[in-house]
Design a protein around this ligand. Structure first.
Ligand code: HBI
Ligand code: FE
Length: 289
């Protein structure tokens, strides 16, 4: 990661000079890097029919997301912006929270320009261009999802002012990154962290280990999460409309109520949960024994 960040471009080493946004410099990708994208794409494409939500599969086709080379962000942004006004802003890696929220509030999605190394093909801890563009960008073409993410960005500024970032980050984590959705034919994936991961695309839907729990905003904001492994609980929304309606409000009153509440452990189930499946935690017990 550090290596890739440094090689791409001088501004990447001093991101504060450009608010973290850098030129993508598409010409500088090597053939090996394009080929790596191609292999990551092919691997996910095989797994996602019947697992990813329809909105994702349709948007990916509508956007003509390139399969054989790393997308040119400008070209892709031109197609995306005709659909929902969203554009992709190339960044060197994680940007500061305030920049991140400002981008989202203005329908700009910060996407890493670098691609993971060959050694990190299966997992890397920081988002790269495959995670950001393959995982996140297609759903930005869905009008309801597009509106949700913009509202999330605006909520981010308010949460920062109120010192409530942790609660808001949990909402992002359990929806935008690791969310599941009901469909008439079973659960489907919409979280980008799952859509871009071969292991978790299967685990999140088919493994007996994790809990799958009906989405509840207040509950999710109380729930801790693990960053570098599969999730112990996944939350299931009914639709993007439900997600948007639940979240299209000032969270001030919710933050006030949260102050008196205990946090919930990632594996914990509550009596009031709308449980879809109770996990046997097999995977986590094995890992931590
Ligand atoms: N920067 N590029 C990038 N991508 C993210 O997902 C991201 C970020 N900065 C901050 C951040 N996420 C989190 O603080 C939010 O999820 C709350
Ligand atoms: Fe992400």
């Amino acid at each position: 990661m550090a290596e890739a960040t440094q090689s791409r471009n001088p501004i990447a080493r001093e991101p504060h000079k450009a608010n973290g946004i850098i030129p993508q410099d598409w010409q500088s990708y090597t053939q090996e890097e394009h080929d790596r994208w191609s292999r990551l794409y092919a691997r996910q494409e095989k797994l996602l029919p019947g697992r990813a939500c329809d909105a994702f599969l349709e948007a990916k086709a509508n956007l003509q997301l390139p399969r054989h080379c790393i997308p040119d962000f400008e070209e892709l942004s031109d197609r995306l912006s005709r659909l929902t006004g969203w554009r992709i802003a190339p960044v060197a890696g994680l940007v500061p929270d305030d920049v991140f929220f400002d981008c989202l509030a203005n329908r700009r999605f910060p996407a890493a320009a670098f691609i993971r190394t060959e050694q990190e093909l299966d997992y890397l801890s920081e988002p790269d261009v495959f995670h950001d563009v393959f995982g996140h960008v297609p759903l930005l073409a869905d009008p309801t999802y597009a509106q949700f993410l913009e509202a999330y960005g605006r909520g981010g500024r308010r949460a920062m002012q109120r010192g409530q970032l942790q609660n808001l980050a949990r909402l992002y984590w359990y929806t935008v990154e690791f969310g599941l959705m009901r469909s008439p034919v079973g659960l489907r994936i919409f979280g980008a962290g799952i859509l871009s991961s071969p292991g978790e695309a299967v685990f999140s839907l088919q493994d007996s280990s994790p809990n799958r729990i009906g989405f509840d905003l207040f509950r999710v904001m109380r729930t801790k999460y693990i960053i570098s492994d599969f999730q112990q609980s996944y939350f299931v929304i009914d639709s993007f409309r439900q997600l948007l309606d639940d979240c299209y409000q000032d969270f001030g009153a919710i933050y006030d109520r949260l102050r008196g509440q205990t946090e919930i452990e990632p594996h914990e189930l509550l009596a009031e949960d709308r449980v879809v499946t109770i996990g046997d935690m097999r995977y986590f017990k094995f890992k931590h024994q």
